[in-house]
Write a protein that binds this ligand. Structure first.
Ligand SMILES: O=C(CO)[C@H](O)[C@H](O)COP(=O)(O)O
Length: 257
């Protein structure tokens, strides 16, 4: 028998399963698969729709991890170059506010994640209950993930501080497994910039200013992109925040599957 899931893993699974049930329909042919630890449950639920449903579909990954998830699940792998229009992209998030703005890039994939979010007719977020917040930066304390070109990065760090980032802003380092900085799937550096609350209260403005810095490839602030966010809760329910501002609580029906 498989080990029971922890409360957090069960919450991730609830969110992912419910989002798939609500958004991935038989007519959907091109599906974007995000990154992180919640997304494997998305793939699991899609596989459970059966071979017939998936036979005519193609799945576009946001990075190395999701590419492997798609291949290992026996689904058809596609490329954003071949399929620049996606029906539905489902992805995880590090923190989501009431307006469905979110921080992404905890896994350093924010550039490809944003490309797939933009390419999708419907972009949906899945997360556990810890990711809900009113102001971004309240529950995710690591800062806004930024992908930047290695050439001239020290200059970008200075300019981030001028925009209000904590002066300690540095490159994300790989840790024990490899000496040196984390390198993204695009061969770039990642920086995590912590901004004060007054800046984080206006994520769209901050996003625009950050995008204006030479050397920044993408910013892990996704503003006004998601149609809905699914949060799995500890009590087995799912909170759905929608783009029209409505909030729905649904009881999960697949907790023990
Ligand atoms: O943006 C991401 C990776 O770049 C992930 O989607 C985000 O970090 C959430 O991951 P998890 O589902 O493990 O909490």
């Amino acid at each position: 028998m498989s080990k029971p899931l922890s409360a957090i893993e069960a919450a991730k699974r609830l969110a992912a399963y419910t989002a798939v049930d609500h958004h991935i329909f038989p007519q959907h042919r091109v599906i974007g698969i995000g990154s992180g630890s919640t997304v494997p449950y998305v793939v699991e639920r899609i596989v459970a729709q059966g071979q017939e449903a998936n036979r005519h579909r193609v799945f576009i990954p946001t990075g190395f991890q999701s590419k492997n998830l798609i291949v290992d699940a026996g689904l058809v792998l596609g490329d954003i170059e071949q399929f620049p229009n996606i029906d539905v992209t489902i992805d995880g998030a590090d923190e989501v506010d009431d307006h469905l703005n979110c921080i992404k890039g905890g896994g350093g994939c924010q550039y490809r994640e944003k490309v797939l979010a933009e390419a999708a007719t419907t972009f949906v977020l899945v997360a556990d209950y810890r990711k809900k917040s009113l102001v971004l930066g309240t529950t995710w304390h690591h800062g806004v993930p930024l992908e930047l070109v290695p050439f001239g990065y020290a200059r970008v760090l200075q300019r981030l501080v001028a925009l209000g980032a904590q002066p300690s802003v540095t490159l994300r380092m790989a840790g024990a497994a490899k000496a040196g900085p984390v390198v993204s799937d695009n061969g770039n550096f990642i920086v995590d910039a912590i901004f004060p609350e007054e800046r984080m209260r206006h994520p769209t403005e901050l996003l625009k200013e950050l995008k204006g810095l030479t050397g920044i490839v993408e910013v892990g602030l996704f503003c006004g992109m998601a149609k809905a966010a699914y949060f799995g809760n500890e009590d087995g329910s799912v909170t759905i925040r929608k783009v029209d501002g409505s909030v729905e609580e649904v009881a999960a029906v697949h907790n023990d599957e």
